[in-house]
Design a binder for this molecule. Structure first.
Ligand code: SAM
Length: 236
């Protein structure tokens, strides 16, 4: 992968960046996503934020290699501290991290989101943390995608302030309101695998000397929800 050849995962996230956006890509590593968009003429400006020096240097190198210094500014900073009001950011991408980390970055940087930029979030795991954060902060889910690439399944969640789906049932929070309805093969396959994982954990928890009843109840309830959602195809 490089700025000219994105992974399908990042290319799918890129599809939701509006033309002419002022983008902040947080946890940018090589800055492939903003560099790709800049090369396509899709964005006016971008901040590539990184908290770790090595990936920050990767971003600096890629931006220079592609001669994009006029459009993309690399910044060494923790989460949304990479952006300031003068950047006039209208779109934030946070991709390739766990859902709890994305939620923590959004929580810590909520004061940087006063202009209510579009959020394009791609958690590798724990997607419900991200959906819950969006709903609790006035963002609605406007689109979701699920893709399978290199033996991994990825979800992309797009949220706009005050738009889209602004209340979620427990099922929608876990499975994704759009993904549940779409019921794509990648979605069904993911949740069949997730059910097997939970069944194994349930078995182990039940074997413990002092089984954790709350955990057992939670696992049973999730297994039931998964079974129902997997069975409830939309006829496609
Ligand atoms: N976004 C790229 C992608 O999706 O391919 C890179 C993903 S990489 C697995 C995650 C990156 O997030 C790492 O480079 C890591 O240093 C960075 N990161 C983790 N926590 C961060 C934070 N609080 N602020 C900024 N960057 C962070």
């Amino acid at each position: 992968m490089d700025a000219r050849h994105l992974s399908r995962r990042l290319a799918t996230a890129a599809e939701f960046v509006p033309a002419g956006a002022r983008l902040a890509d947080i946890g940018s590593d090589h800055a492939y996503l903003p560099a790709f968009l800049a090369l396509q003429g899709q964005i006016k400006y971008a901040v590539a934020g990184e908290v770790v020096r090595g990936p920050y240097q990767n971003a600096c190198r890629e931006i220079k290699r592609e001669n994009l210094q006029e459009i993309i500014v690399p910044r060494l900073a923790d989460g949304l501290a990479a952006i300031n009001a003068d950047d006039r950011i209208d779109t934030v991408t946070i991709c390739g991290m766990g859902g709890p980390l994305i939620r923590n970055i959004l929580d810590a940087g909520v004061s940087q989101l006063l202009q209510h930029p579009r959020l394009i979030l791609q958690p590798n795991v724990g997607e419900s943390n991200v959906r819950r954060w969006c709903i609790h902060h006035g963002y609605g889910i406007v689109a979701e995608r699920i893709i399978r690439e290199d033996h991994h399944t990825y979800e992309i969640i797009v949220a706009d302030y005050g738009q889209g789906i602004r209340q979620l049932s427990p099922e929608e929070e876990l499975f994704g309101p759009f993904l549940m309805r779409e019921h794509a093969k990648a979605f069904v396959d993911k949740w069949v695998r997730e059910r097997t994982k939970r069944e194994r954990i349930l078995y182990q928890v039940q074997q413990a000397q002092a089984p954790a009843e709350a955990r057992i109840t939670q696992l049973r309830s999730e297994i039931k929800m998964i079974t129902e959602v997997v069975a409830n195809g939309n006829g496609k």
